[in-house]
Unconditional design. Sequence first.
Length: 143
Amino acid sequence: MVVEFAIVLPFLAILLVGALDVGLLTMDHQILQNAARDGARYASLPFNDISDPVDGTAALARIRQRVVDYLSLEGITVAPGDVTIEQGAPNCEVTYPDATTVGCSEVTVLYDKSLYFPGLNLVGVGNSVSLRGRAVFRNLFGN
């Protein structure tokens, strides 16, 4: 019985660590999605119009910093350059009867997650996985 356990133990350990990695990847992906959603909602507010010639650059920095701060509270570190913001996202414009056109704000966050189980490198996964969070909100201001 001890011999069988010694033979099966490495496979059980690999299965356990692999399940742990998949669970942590899923959790981090959900956190990225939530951060992107919060950033897109914040970007859709009237005072965050990045096309504004006076405050556009500051608005872009505010939105990026909001996403970075959200992720840092969850223990994920990303650079502001890993946050992409696009207002006027394609296929999302709505024109109202008074000829007001409203676009959308799209926020995308990229993050490379290191894996705990280096054995996944043998099957072509590598030592890290690139995760992406993306969200789109309709702007509360006209374009």
